[in-house]
Design a protein around this ligand. Structure first.
Ligand code: C5P
Length: 400
């Protein structure tokens, strides 16, 4: 038994496209309605051959008439908490991948900000066809959720992958989507990542060994949970994750300006960048010559971006990192208090295999309640777990 009906009052647009599996959709609607969801159904023309509107309405679906007046696609796009297409034919997957808008369903998919979930159903060779695989890869990259398909006997008499998932499985997938994808919708997050580069002359500068992996993984995990994410990054070799707005900067001052430009629209600030503490007092316009035996460069302090954001009135929820050698926990506790931030993630940089430029990390989480040490794990996994911890602590996570 579940304690809380996750789908209670959720607004689901169910798009049904033309496959034999459409005959299962009254059963799917029944499951969704029993779970408390409100279901509006858009039937494609081909789907009408496999399932009757009357059968869907009889189990509680509100049928949408695509010949209705006004901007039905925009109204539905705004109304939906999620758009589910089941069964999704090879044809609709290709049209979604291409961004087609030639009927009500594809138009509303293009017009909505709600998550999109598809339950493909087709002949096994069609499913395995390179064109379908490429379309699915594009859709996955854009964050479309896939349920199934399963394997087994098919309507065409063959057996293999391509069967639409059972209604119960689709329901479970939607519930999981709500546990994750929707839970940070409406949260505006700014993440800093990577090292800054402080120029000395046109050819040289000061930087550090941060790869940006932790910050990029965090930005991706926040976006996966539905947050709108701006990633302000120093130069790195990493691609901007899907659905993340990337801004590339060089110096700490540029990073500060880019972050503070978001100050009015920031519910969460995660500072994962390794910001240079100092920069050369003057940036030379000509390349420095090696005439002298020794060279003295005067460095001046950089602004502390995290501390500055924590002093905003009102501040967003602030998360910082503390890369330390020595007594990790004590140093990080002091840093959290000094910068006035909500949560600090301490990680050692003097241990083999974790920290700077590595794929793994070992962290201690410290907030005002105390400290919790986590075992060594891949940064992507730590990012996902950290996002869950942030979600627990955010003052009020808006419901999707
Ligand atoms: O003071 P320290 O550099 O150890 O603090 C680390 C934390 O503060 C990190 O979260 C880092 O991104 C942030 N920071 C910052 N601006 C600086 C220095 C550090 O945002 N100038």
């Amino acid at each position: 038994m579940r304690d809380m009906p996750v789908l209670q009052d959720r607004r689901i647009v169910l798009g049904i496209t033309g496959g034999v599996a459409a005959y299962k959709t009254p059963e799917l609607v029944r499951h969704l309605r029993m779970a408390g969801a409100v279901v509006r159904v858009v039937l494609s023309r081909a789907a009408r051959q496999f399932v009757a509107a009357g059968a869907l309405a009889a189990v509680g679906a509100e049928m949408v008439d695509d010949r209705g007046p006004g901007m039905v696609h925009i109204e539905l796009a705004r109304w939906a908490d999620v758009v589910l297409i089941a069964p999704a034919t090879a044809h609709v997957l290709s049209r979604l991948a291409a961004g087609a808008a030639d009927d009500l369903l594809t138009t509303l998919c293009l017009a909505t900000e709600a998550p999109l979930c598809v339950a493909p159903a087709m002949n096994r060779i069609m499913w395995l066809n390179a064109a379908t695989c490429a379309n699915c890869a594009v859709l996955r990259e854009r964050g479309v959720g896939f349920v199934g398909p399963g394997e087994g006997a098919q309507a065409c008499g063959e057996s293999g992958p391509g069967r639409m998932s059972e209604p119960g499985e689709i329901l479970t997938a939607l519930e999981r989507l709500w546990d994750t994808a929707g839970s940070l919708r409406k949260v505006r997050a700014v993440v800093t990542a990577g090292a800054t580069y402080e120029a000395l002359d046109p050819a040289r500068g000061f930087t550090n060994r941060s790869s940006g992996k932790m910050g990029y993984a965090l930005a991706a995990a926040l976006a996966d949970h539905g947050a709108s994410v701006t990633l302000v990054s120093g130069p790195t070799a990493l691609p901007i994750p899907p659905r993340v707005h990337g801004i590339t900067v060089m110096s700490a001052c540029q990073m500060r300006d880019a972050v503070l430009a978001c100050r009015e629209e920031m519910d969460l600030f995660v500072a994962a960048a390794a910001v240079a503490d100092y920069r050369p007092q003057t940036i030379l316009t000509h390349k420095l010559k090696k005439d002298a035996e020794t060279l003295t460069v005067t460095l001046v302090r950089n602004p502390d971006i995290l501390a500055e954001v924590a002093r905003l009135n009102p501040p967003p929820f602030t998360v910082g990192f503390a890369a330390e050698t020595g007594d990790l926990e004590t140093l990080a506790r002091a840093k959290r208090a000094r910068k006035g931030i909500d949560l600090i993630v301490a990680n050692p940089i003097d241990e083999a295999g974790v920290g700077f430029a590595q794929d793994d990390n070992r962290v201690i989480l410290i907030d005002k309640e105390g400290a919790v040490a986590w075992p060594t794990a891949p940064k992507t996994e730590i990012a996902r777990a950290l996002v869950r911890e942030i979600m627990k602590r955010l003052p009020r996570t808006p419901s999707p």
